[in-house]
Design a protein around this ligand. Structure first.
Ligand code: ARG
Length: 463
């Protein structure tokens, strides 16, 4: 089959199987809206620069809008016959307005066009992901505020370490996602550079105004080197990295949820709407959503490696390999968006088992550090306090009692600095309120921090 866009020098038509092998319309149709926007800005600029007449420009734009309308109404069939979204649109435009449609490609090539469309599309995706990240941050801050006073076991090495508050734990998750938001803002900033006008690789002899196109499309700057502009896919890697970080965070969060849901632990209960049963064991309620989020993170993290491997051997400038970048990142974005979208409701409907959380928080001498701090505040050097408390724990363990159950007389045999006030210092429910330094886990801190987050989110329309 002959391709009317580039087949002038060919005698033979393209092999049918090669056509199927090389088409990209099956995935780059997602760039349709971006391509139309880019074409309109380009057509406007061509007439501003007197490369085409105002009348021609108006007709091109009218035609492009008509093509978009047909597409939106499901009346434009995209075909692999025209390889990709760019040529499908050019064909549709020419069908719509006749020969003039063929002028749209003056001063540009598909190489700079695809890079431009792609940047524009990813910019829209970054806005969507930013919105979803803020939704989760909002849910976490709300829930942290509600759970600011809930004592919860804190782990290191996945062994009980010290009590924290559940709200503090939720705000730790919030920090990860707040960094993801910052990272996505930076990623968006870096991809906001216009490659259009670089043409195939060497630039164009037409007296085009690239800054005007950048302005129309909301790009902050224009690229400085035509060869780099058509071959650069750093912005796709940046995007994949940013998505990978988010998925890595969501996966860690998911792992904690699965652990807390474990039948022996039962620290939280995930709402039924987010769980599934078993086809054979009638009693089962499985935490499938966090499991799937954890599972999906693998392919997203893999997308970054796929892109690096795709790019690492490519010489300047455009190589057809680059077509593969889209399916890799588009799939990753699909996963990230679907995972992000579920999290706010999962968080807001999560039930924490306060009684068990308190019991667990008090186990395994989790207040030993409080006792060491008590001694050090009485003037004992911390290393010495640590040593003394180690011995006290060993004693308590041998008697199978908690630190709170040791009598003052016995305490005094370990250190004469210990007085009656020790019991309040090692009372988990009281000591939590003393963790008041910036970033520490006290209920007051958590409430203050949650309020700060909620008030910062107000500019985005959150209540
Ligand atoms: N479908 C191609 C892609 O996604 C568009 C650019 C084609 N350029 C070329 N010289 N064949 O990369």
């Amino acid at each position: 089959m002959k391709n009317s866009t580039w087949s002038g020098r060919f005698k033979k038509g393209l092999d049918e199987e090669v056509l199927e092998f090389s088409e990209s319309i099956s995935f780059d149709h997602l760039l349709f809206d971006s391509d139309i926007r880019v074409c309109i800005a380009h057509a406007e600029m061509l007439s501003e620069c007197k490369i085409i007449s105002k009348k021609e420009s108006n007709m091109l734009i009218k035609g492009l809008n008509a093509v978009q309308k047909k597409y939106d109404a499901g009346k434009l069939k995209l075909s692999i016959k025209f390889e990709d979204v760019h040529m499908n649109i050019e064909q549709a435009l020419t069908k719509e307005i006749g020969e003039l449609g063929k002028k749209i490609h003056m001063g540009r090539s598909r190489n700079d066009l695809v890079a431009t469309d792609f940047r524009l599309y990813l910019r829209d995706c970054s806005d969507l992901i930013l919105e979803k990240l803020r939704d989760i941050r909002y849910a976490l801050a709300l829930s942290a505020h509600d759970n600011s006073g809930v004592i919860f076991p804190g782990y290191t090495h996945l062994q009980l370490a010290q009590p924290v508050t559940f709200g503090h734990h939720l705000l730790a998750w919030h920090e990860m996602l707040a960094r993801d938001e910052q990272r996505m803002v930076q990623t968006k900033d870096r991809l906001n550079v216009l490659p259009l006008g670089s043409a195939a690789l060497s630039g164009t002899p037409y007296k085009i105004d690239r800054k005007s196109v950048a302005n129309k499309l909301g790009f902050k700057t224009v690229s400085s080197n035509s060869m780099d502009a058509v071959s650069d896919r750093d912005f796709v890697c940046d995007f994949a990295y940013t998505c990978s970080m988010t998925m890595m965070h969501l996966s860690r969060i998911s792992e904690e949820l699965v652990f807390w849901m474990n039948s022996h632990i039962k620290l939280v209960d995930i709402d039924e709407a987010f769980c599934t049963g078993s086809s054979i064991m009638p009693q089962k309620k499985n935490p499938d959503v966090p499991e799937l989020v954890r599972g999906k993170s693998g392919a997203v993290i893999g997308s970054l490696t796929s892109l690096f491997v795709l790019l690492k051997g490519l010489p300047l400038t455009y190589n057809r390999d680059l077509q593969e970048d889209k399916s890799i990142i588009l799939e990753a974005i699909g996963s990230v968006v679907s995972c992000l979208a579920l999290m706010p409701r999962l968080i807001l409907t999560l039930k924490v088992n306060k009684e068990r959380a308190l019991i667990f928080s008090k186990q395994d001498y989790s207040n030993a550090t409080d006792l060491a701090d008590y001694l050090s505040m009485k003037g004992v050097p911390f290393r010495t306090s640590h040593e003394i408390v180690g011995k006290i724990v060993k004693y308590a363990e041998s008697k199978n009692i908690s630190l709170n159950e040791i009598s003052l007389d016995v305490f005094k045999t370990f250190s004469n600095k210990i007085n009656k006030d020790v019991y309040t210092s090692i009372d988990v429910e009281r000591s939590i309120h003393t963790k008041k330094a910036i970033g520490a886990s006290s209920p007051a801190n958590v409430r203050k921090e949650a309020k700060k987050i909620l008030s910062a989110l107000k500019v985005y329309g959150y209540k």
